[in-house]
Write a protein that binds this ligand. Structure first.
Ligand code: PMM
Length: 388
């Protein structure tokens, strides 16, 4: 007898084992996805549903851990699948089907592209988003790019280094930063967006929490709104997005840059961030933003301690389970300094590693200040991923 331990984090190991034993490519791939272990946590379930789950688990050979109002299932994807089908469900578990079928559908068919103002960005490879800060006080650029000319030079370098989207921001959101008035913010970002668009340096995104700034930026040629408040700062923001065709990055944070550090209290950070992002995307969809236009972002450094940022990075697959493409912005952040001891101007290597880890856990878009290093790291990471 000979035993080989197979890698369980990817269906690739089973596919390769079957292919090596003569299976055709397609059945091998389906079988590999079917035996892939999945974990789901169901909350707000009734006592009857909890009992039904325990009975189902015993019969189906799935692991079910439960407590009052919740159940955690660990099972191969093929065992979980019947729970998503109302016609195959044991009586009493019908209420579980809609969410489970949404999750299983996005697991089987993860989003492959992102629609932004009439064009699409393919997500089969890592997509770099280059940061163009036109704030005088951004913690990482130190105010070096405050004029249009400097922003253009920065944008040209980011595009040359492989960025497929440029994110223009006029308000620093570092911890404790003060709010910029919307007039001032528009005066900073609109001329830069207009100039970059005219030069064909794009597509462009605007990093703002304010509806008026988003509206002006879209008018100036931006194709994406990157809202670090996840549509919670300005009640008019969802409406601006709803009446446009723009892409939307919904980032997670709590409170405002003033208050967020005191709100970094979680019992299970990945699950809570996913739930809060899910609520924000529901608001966006209710306002008319199609799900093909939405990307979610864990908001590294926003209302999270260094330890919570690392937990979130490790459990990023929980966010991917929402069914939207995942963007991450670890670039030069404090938690990377906490792990490496490096100052803010020497964190691009750590950023590149964080990006590679995030790709492996399901992220597809990477917001960075230095694209060259991140691109190399992501090329190596992406080369390990089997094209689905
Ligand atoms: N981080 C910052 C600003 N905007 N947007 C998204 N989507 N994700 C982020 O992590 C993020 C962001 C803060 O960093 P900066 O001041 O260097 O731009």
């Amino acid at each position: 007898m000979k035993l080989t331990a197979l890698a369980a984090h990817t269906p690739e190991a089973v596919r390769a084992a079957l292919a090596a034993r003569g299976w055709e490519a397609q059945p091998a791939w389906f079988a590999a996805n079917g035996v892939q272990p999945l974990l789901v946590l169901l909350e707000e379930i009734t006592e009857a549903e909890r009992e039904g789950l325990v009975r189902w688990g015993a019969k189906a050979g799935a692991d079910v851990l439960t407590g009052e109002g919740w159940g955690l299932i660990g099972a191969a994807a093929s065992r979980l699948a019947p729970l998503a089908r109302p016609d195959r469900l044991p009586p009493g578990l019908e209420g579980l089907a809609p969410e489970l079928s949404r999750f299983l559908a996005s697991y089987a068919e993860p989003p492959r592209c992102w629609s932004i103002a009439g064009r699409t960005l393919a997500l089969e490879h890592p997509v770099l988003i280059g940061v163009v800060n036109v704030t005088p006080d951004s913690f990482s650029d130190g105010g070096r790019f405050t004029t249009v000319d400097r922003a253009v030079a920065q944008a040209e370098r980011l595009v040359a280094d492989g960025c497929e989207l440029l994110d223009v921001g006029g308000e620093s959101t570092r911890p404790g930063a003060v709010t910029v008035g919307e007039r001032e913010e528009i005066a900073r970002v609109a001329p830069v967006i207009e100039d970059l668009a005219r030069r064909g340096l794009g597509p462009l995104s605007v990093d703002t929490r304010k509806a008026a700034v988003a509206r002006a930026a879209l008018g100036a040629g931006a194709a994406v709104v990157n809202d670090v408040s996840g549509l919670s700062f300005d009640p008019a923001m969802a409406g601006v997005l709803g009446t446009s065709e723009a892409g939307l990055i919904v980032m997670h944070m709590r409170g405002t840059p003033d208050t967020m550090d005191s709100l970094a209290v979680y019992r299970h950070v990945a699950a809570e961030v996913a739930a809060e992002l899910g609520a924000a995307t529901a608001r966006a969809e209710a306002a008319g933003v199609g799900r093909e236009r939405i990307v979610v972002d864990p908001g590294f450094g926003f209302a999270k301690t260094p330890e919570q940022n690392f937990r979130l990075l490790d459990e990023l697959a929980t966010l991917a389970g929402l069914g939207y493409p995942v963007a991450v912005g670890p670039s030069r952040k404090r938690f990377l300094g906490a792990a490496t001891g490096r100052p803010v101007d020497d964190r691009d290597r750590a950023t590149a590693v964080a990006c590679a880890l995030a790709w492996e856990r399901g992220a597809r878009l990477f917001r960075v200040h230095d694209a060259a290093l991140a691109r190399e790291a992501l090329r190596v990471a992406a080369a390990t991923t089997h094209a689905r």
